[in-house]
Unconditional design. Structure first.
Length: 50
């Protein structure tokens, strides 16, 4: 079970990085979008409760 989890993590890491080991641009864009959405949601909820 642990070896499958490790293999899956390695596969995900390989698909998210380039051959040189740097993050792929589309992965960075998706992560940035998620962070921005979370910030907007938190600000919206905070303003709505006050």
């Amino acid at each position: 079970m642990k070896s499958r989890a490790r293999q899956k993590a390695a596969d995900l890491k390989d698909s998210a990085t380039t051959d040189s080991g740097s993050p792929r641009p589309e992965v960075l864009g998706a992560a940035g979008s998620l962070v921005a959405m979370a910030v907007v949601l938190l600000l919206w909820r905070r303003r709505r409760t006050h």
